[in-house]
Design a protein around this ligand. Structure first.
Ligand code: AMP
Length: 395
């Protein structure tokens, strides 16, 4: 990476402002998935080992749209963090102004404080200069470790980087290493698997990957649109009719690089208890039925295609995995990735649903890298520059 990181600076006696991604799912005041909190711990510990004057943590949570929304408070995160760090974490109920300034001043040496949701202020998402300056008052050095928001130009990442010395944290560095460096110069064979609901949101990533991979395996609802583009009747399946021309172009461009499912699990309703059966690809779907997962022959075929690959990237579920009846395809691919990791492949799972599926399958520790950012990881796969990264100091 051509950006400065925490390894390039000394933090002793400094007030360190650290932007983390604590955008975690909450149920009431309970954090239901603390993956992103755990992912920030190495950078926090790295900085604390150098005995800074203080460590000030900032994050957004959800989309409060510039207003104070109690249900989107970061307060529930502080005790979770205390548990992982095994030290006190103070909490300030605002991220700017006298309140946090007084609390930061009063912290013991190397004390840690978490500031309230930056998006409670409209200046955050507007990348407002004045708001960024008010945040900047809290610290001497800025570290950005929030990969999940690196594709946005907001005050707490880009704005701050423009007002003070700004470097990458360890998580951001690791994400870039896997999702950018590894993919730019992949060990071959390089195979990508794409799924999820729609083609339309992933056209750029499909095009970018077609230029780089040896094989692109397609599953999920996205495959239905490709089938429809080939003239197959997909009955009640999720098909994006407005994307048919694009799907046709992509198929022509891809030639034999792009693989579609050879069978599908179809159902007579969008319901876990629906009647279901396996249908070979090419056959039209009976009226009233829909395709909700890849079939067993496709799982085998895709597992074989992954066999011997040295770099694998996966984004998007193979079916409606939220319903156990249609989760076999997604879990089958997760297992295939774990197997190839053991065989020496570098395996990378984009954030969001596929990351959740790997967690559910309890295979997370058998994958080389699971990204903490869905949108940001897709933009990197598209070959785009992330504003949050671009704004950091060059090495
Ligand atoms: P995305 O956000 O585009 O990655 O889409 C993820 C969603 O796609 C998940 O919620 C899946 O339930 C859904 N999905 C995957 N396969 C299908 C399918 N065959 N039909 C409808 N939805 C699907």
């Amino acid at each position: 990476m051509n950006k400065m990181t925490v390894r390039d600076l000394s933090f002793a006696e400094k007030r360190v402002l650290l932007r983390v991604d604590f955008n975690v799912p909450l149920e009431g005041p309970t954090v239901v998935d603390d993956t992103r909190i755990r992912a920030a711990v190495p950078t926090i510990e790295f900085i604390l080992e150098q005995q800074p004057r203080s460590l000030i943590l900032m994050s957004h949570l959800g989309r409060p749209k510039g207003r104070r929304k109690p249900e989107l408070s970061l307060a529930p995160v502080a005790p979770v963090l205390e548990k992982y760090l095994d030290l006190d974490v103070a909490f300030s109920d605002d991220c700017i102004g006298e309140g946090p300034e007084t609390m930061i001043e009063a912290l013991p040496r190397s004390g840690v404080i978490l500031l309230e949701n930056t998006r409670f202020h409209a200046g955050e998402t507007k990348n407002d200069r004045d708001f960024a300056r008010q945040l900047a008052r809290h610290g001497d050095i800025f570290v950005n470790d929030a990969f999940g928001t690196a594709h946005r130009a907001h005050a707490s990442n880009v704005g701050l980087s423009e007002t003070m010395t700004a470097v990458a944290g360890l998580l951001l560095e690791k994400e870039i290493d896997y999702l950018s460096t590894t993919i730019e110069d992949p060990k071959r064979p390089f195979v990508a698997i794409l799924g999820g609901a729609k083609v339309s949101g992933k056209i750029d990533v499909i095009e970018a990957l077609l230029n780089k991979v040896d094989k692109l395996l397609v599953g999920g609802g996205m495959a239905n649109t490709f089938f429809a583009a080939q003239g197959r009747d997909m009955a009640d399946s999720l098909v994006e009719f407005e994307a048919l021309d694009i799907a046709r172009d992509l198929l022509a461009q891809a030639r034999d690089k792009l693989l579609l499912p050879i069978d599908q699990r179809i159902a007579d309703a969008f319901d876990n208890g629906a009647r279901q059966r396996i249908l070979e690809a090419a056959a039209d779907l009976p009226s009233g039925w829909q395709s909700l997962d890849i079939g067993p022959a496709t799982i085998d075929l895709y597992a074989r295609e992954l066999g011997g690959a040295r770099t694998i990237v996966w984004n998007g579920p193979m079916g409606v995995f939220e319903m156990p009846a249609f989760a076999a395809g997604t879990f089958g691919i997760a297992e295939a990735l774990a197997k190839e990791t053991a065989n020496g492949a570098t395996t990378i799972v984009g954030g969001g649903d596929s990351a959740a599926a790997v967690e559910q399958a309890r295979l997370a520790d058998q994958i080389s890298h699971i990204s903490t950012g869905g949108g940001a990881s897709l933009e990197l796969l598209e070959g785009k520059t992330l504003p949050g990264l671009a704004a950091l100091a060059d090495r």
